[in-house]
Ligand binder design. Structure first.
Ligand SMILES: Nc1ncnc2c1ncn2[C@@H]1O[C@H](COP(=O)(O)OP(=O)(O)OP(=O)(O)O)[C@@H](O)[C@H]1O
Length: 269
């Protein structure tokens, strides 16, 4: 179980994480959803020890973060692989050294399937190739917790589809815990079991996808509003968190967008 409790982190006078809390049971694929600048990457950096929170607690598989845990956490960071002169081969050797359970067979399957040349400098790969190469390292690492910051960004639709299948099956078959940040709400519904919606450094809602769907209904404007919480108006409809049997069930996309929605519109003209 990964447990995050009341995480607070500021940069200068700006509070970026304002008491962020959520829990991720082992073997779950958990998504952090939120607008640009919401605090997703900052939360992830606190999780893998890259940033120290000002206050709050993080427990990973029942332990506080320590150097010892690092070999059990594999990270695909937003800035991808950054050593300019490193070839694919160099990253492979480095990850094999860092992760005692690195699965060479899985890694070479990736290399063969996607026709990578390990002699190529990773900095010269296209953005999509770099993303995929980083994913191959992360999935091969043998770590029990994978933290993936926008893992399908820059991938073409076919590879994206393959990768989503791989991530989902990987979590199920090998009981891995995966935390993903992404803006791709359709994709997240395909692979995640649970999620948190984060905005301006606060978790607005966190649940399993199935429970969230069963708790939210859409009614038309003008209909009697049931007991519960009105989340947002969506055009001519209203999304409500309620246990009453009214209107229709909301989709995951409608739920996510309603929590994220700003009530005012924007036009640059
Ligand atoms: N080192 C830093 N110094 C100052 N401000 C920072 C720093 N790192 C992040 N921030 C600020 O923290 C806020 C949250 O950033 P973060 O990268 O966590 O957002 P995010 O939810 O991942 O956004 P996106 O979806 O755009 O990647 C932003 O306003 C960002 O400018």
């Amino acid at each position: 179980m990964i447990s995050v409790n009341n995480l607070v982190r500021s940069f200068g006078s700006k509070t970026i994480l304002n008491r962020v809390s959520f829990e991720v049971p082992e073997g779950e694929v958990f998504s952090l959803i939120g607008p640009n600048g919401a605090g997703k990457t900052t939360t992830m950096r606190c999780l893998y020890g890259d940033l120290k929170p000002d206050s709050g607690n993080i427990s990973i598989f029942g332990e506080k973060f320590s150097a010892k845990l690092k070999t059990n956490i594999a990270v695909m960071s937003e800035d991808r692989l950054t050593f300019k002169r490193f070839k694919g081969e160099d990253y492979f050797k480095l990850w094999k050294m860092l992760y005692p359970n690195f699965d060479e067979e899985v890694f070479s399957n990736f290399i063969l399937h996607y026709r990578y040349d390990l002699n190529q400098k990773v900095s010269t790969m296209s953005m999509g190739q770099k993303t995929l190469f980083h994913l191959a390292l992360t999935i091969s690492s043998g770590a029990d917790l994978l933290i993936l910051d926008e893992p399908t960004q820059n991938l073409d639709p076919v590879i994206r589809h393959e990768i989503l299948d791989i991530i989902r099956n990987f979590a199920i078959d090998r009981n891995k815990t995966i935390i993903i940040s992404s803006h791709e709400i359709y994709e997240l519904e395909e692979i995640s079991t649970s999620f948190a919606i984060i905005k301006e450094g606060k978790v607005l809602y966190s649940d399993t996808i199935d429970d969230a769907k069963s708790k939210h209904r859409i009614i038309n404007k003008g209909e009697t509003v049931p007991n519960g919480k009105v989340v947002a108006n969506i055009n001519e409809e209203i999304l409500i968190e309620t246990d009453e049997d009214v209107g229709r069930y909301a989709t995951f996309k409608e739920i996510s967008l309603a929590y994220l929605k700003e009530n005012k519109g924007f036009s640059p003209f």
